[in-house]
Design a protein around this ligand. Structure first.
Ligand SMILES: Cc1ncc(COP(=O)(O)O)c(C=O)c1O
Length: 377
């Protein structure tokens, strides 16, 4: 069955590109001597994660408890839930631990230590925790300034029901870098900050076995990971236009695309209308601040080859508007009504989240599998 027989819009995953992306980062981490703890939030699928875990120690990162439950059911036990813990999520976390999952939670306040400790001690278990560090002002986490690090670390070490496992940081600001030199510097900033915090904990007599860092840009550009025990990344499996705009990958490396049908022409305006609006692409406009704004996505033919300079320049709920980014003439013959295009997404996680499955294709466009996703919370 060829992909052009699929009903549109739908999500297509190029297996060969996926495998290549995974192998490349695995090899990079091997060369740097660090374990990769792949992030399950991009694929939200066990087949992809099984590939990503090849040659690694076996632990994963997740962004929701739904992912944690799903991956655990599929046989993965070592799971870092890398979003700050809230009281309401503890009963589910503890239930998962009762079943045998080795869940590590993330926190950056004394309040969180206290409520985790109380719930865990009452339940008769010990919950391991990582302290979230803010290495770049991106969002949450603590810095070396002040007493927070040692205060949280000491409490985690001493309280019943919790244990101090180490530190974790995510250089999310690397997405805003404008050069590969800047990403390289960000990777070093991420590493050195995490290592400095680990050393500060150890100097206070506290254990810090885990030093966890990571993002797709920094994992691709880190030159040295001395002191780091694990790298986390998720987008690298699929890549996307934001990563291509950053110079982390080429457009040709992007493994995930949206298959859409051409449903109309507005020849006077130079528009091709498709059935892939923002419900199919997501509202993510991550390339809007980059040097090359890709609209809602870069347009390729059904064979996956880019079509001139076509992008999805506009999107309504179920309508996509394709035009040439430079106002050049549309290759109408390649965009006949009823024909299909493949659109590369700005942000692989956001676009994939609009779908419940991947149609897995080989390089010739034959559908070789269907892989389901675990969406929601
Ligand atoms: C805590 C954490 N670690 C790792 C990652 C993975 O980074 P990327 O999405 O760049 O692959 C993310 C992404 O949001 C994250 O929030």
């Amino acid at each position: 069955m060829h992909l052009t027989t699929l009903e549109t819009p739908c999500l297509v995953l190029d297996k060969a590109k996926l495998q290549k992306n995974i192998r490349n980062l695995n090899a990079r981490m091997k060369a740097l001597g660090v374990n990769l703890r792949p992030h399950g939030k991009t694929a939200k699928n066990i087949d992809v994660m099984t590939m990503a875990l090849e040659g690694q120690e076996g632990g994963i990162t997740v962004s929701t408890l739904k992912e944690a439950e799903y991956y655990f059911e599929k046989g993965i036990t070592d799971i870092v839930y890398a979003v700050g813990i809230a009281p309401v999520k503890l009963p589910r976390t503890l239930r998962l631990m009762d079943k045998g999952a080795d869940i590590t939670v993330l926190l950056d306040s004394v309040e969180q230590v206290r409520f985790v400790a109380e719930a865990a001690a009452e339940h008769g278990v010990t919950v391991p925790a990582l302290i979230e560090l803010d290495c770049d002002g991106h969002r949450s986490g603590i810095t070396l300034e002040g007493d927070d690090l040692i205060a949280i670390g000491t409490l985690l070490h001493n309280e019943h029901g919790v244990s101090l496992k180490g530190v974790l940081t995510h250089a999310g600001e690397s997405y805003q870098c404008r050069s590969t030199e800047a990403i390289r510097a960000m990777a070093e900033q991420e590493r050195s900050m995490a290592v400095a915090c680990a050393e500060a904990l150890r100097a206070s007599g506290l254990p810090c076995p885990v030093v966890s860092v990571g993002s797709t840009p920094t994992s691709n550009f880190a030159q040295d990971l001395t002191g780091v025990t694990e790298m986390r990344a998720g987008v690298y499996m699929f890549y996307d236009l934001v990563m291509a705009g950053l110079g982390v990958c080429d457009e040709g490396d992007i493994a995930v695309s949206v298959l859409a049908s051409v449903i109309g022409h507005q020849k006077r305006k130079g528009w091709v209308i498709t059935d892939a609006g923002w419900m199919a692409m997501s509202r993510d406009r991550g390339t809007s601040a980059q040097a090359l704004d890709q609209g809602y996505g870069r347009v390729c033919g059904a064979d996956g080859e880019p079509l001139d300079d076509l992008i999805v320049s506009g999107a309504n709920q179920e309508h996509g508007i394709i035009s040439d980014r430079n106002g050049k003439k549309i290759p109408w013959a390649s965009c006949g009504i009823g024909s299909m295009v493949r659109i590369l997404p700005n942000h692989a996680c956001a676009t994939s989240a609009m779908y419940d499955r991947y149609h897995v294709v080989d390089a010739s466009g034959e559908v070789v599998d269907t892989w389901h996703r675990v969406n929601g919370w």
